[in-house]
Design a protein around this ligand. Structure first.
Ligand code: ADP
Length: 267
């Protein structure tokens, strides 16, 4: 009986190993596929602005003498704009790898979220020059445990998207309120919104809803960085659509630390 059991056990172990091997092979193949999709996407995002820079710089070098001033300025603007796009993309990639490797440990301490919103809005002012902005938040929000640099980057990415996807002249609104044991913060716009089937996928790296979105200077990384940062600080972020009109809504919730003072108590 013992031998029979031992044989059966050996067979079972072999079968488990076989399944494990097949699983491992499948996982490795999937990882390879993802890696090469990622590399294709990164190469594309690097090559597109680089091609524009090389084209414009080459034309300037060869023909700038015989060129009207206006055309020269146009070409130079392309060089500057596309360099900024490259710069942003590389910064996003670095942020991404920092989150994934766990190197971005949030440096969390108590902060007034209103101050952080103010700084993010000031940084985003140039992008939002053709939009209206509105803030709707009580003055006595509790202090939150957050890393102001990371939180500001999240708001900046959301405002950047609002500026990119909502038409000029429309209003980008920031709202904040206390909801049970957390503070909710929303960034909403008056653009086309996000198809309901894509609301979760927009947080995937390199995911973009519309093919045409590639025309806009985006990387498909902004929202995955937002989620990575917010989750690293103990909060959540979700995408939705407005119910009163068209437009996307991004909702961040951050837990209120136990015993956190209100901003008003400190002033
Ligand atoms: P991107 O660099 O493409 O903007 P993100 O990760 O920031 O990358 O966003 C992913 C996709 O989600 C965008 O390509 C766009 O399709 C969609 N999206 C993000 N924000 C908005 C918004 N405010 N309104 C409509 N669509 C949006």
């Amino acid at each position: 009986l013992f031998d029979a059991l031992a044989d059966q056990a050996a067979l079972a172990i072999e079968r488990v190993q076989l399944v494990a091997d097949v699983d491992r092979a499948r996982l490795a193949a999937e990882a390879d596929r993802l890696r090469s999709a990622l590399l294709t996407s990164i190469s594309h995002d690097l090559k597109t602005p680089l091609a524009a820079i090389m084209g414009s710089a080459g034309t300037l070098r060869d023909y700038s003498g015989a060129m009207p001033e206006e055309d020269r300025t146009d070409l130079l603007s392309t060089v500057v704009d596309e360099s900024e796009r490259l710069n942003r993309f590389i910064a996003n990639l670095l942020d991404m790898t920092r989150i994934e490797s766990g190197a971005t440990e949030p440096n969390a301490s108590l902060h007034d979220v209103g101050d952080v919103v103010g700084t993010a809005l000031r940084r985003a002012a140039k992008m939002l020059a053709r939009h209206k902005t509105a803030i709707d938040a009580p003055g006595d929000l509790p202090m939150l445990k957050l890393d102001p640099v990371l939180f500001e980057q999240v708001l900046f990415n959301l405002l950047d998207n609002a500026a990119k996807y909502a038409p000029p002249g429309s209003t980008v609104r920031i709202r904040a309120w206390v909801d049970d044991n957390s503070v909710a913060l929303q960034v909403m716009d008056e653009g086309p919104g996000i198809p309901s089937g894509d609301l979760e996928r927009v947080f995937d790296s390199f995911y973009r809803v519309r093919k045409g979105d590639h025309v806009r200077a985006g990387t498909g990384l902004g929202l995955s960085i937002c989620r990575g940062f917010i989750e690293a600080m103990g909060g959540t972020i979700a995408a939705g659509n407005r119910t009163d009109r068209s437009g996307a809504v991004f909702t961040i919730t951050m837990p209120i630390p136990v015993g956190a003072p209100n901003v008003e108590d400190l002033t």
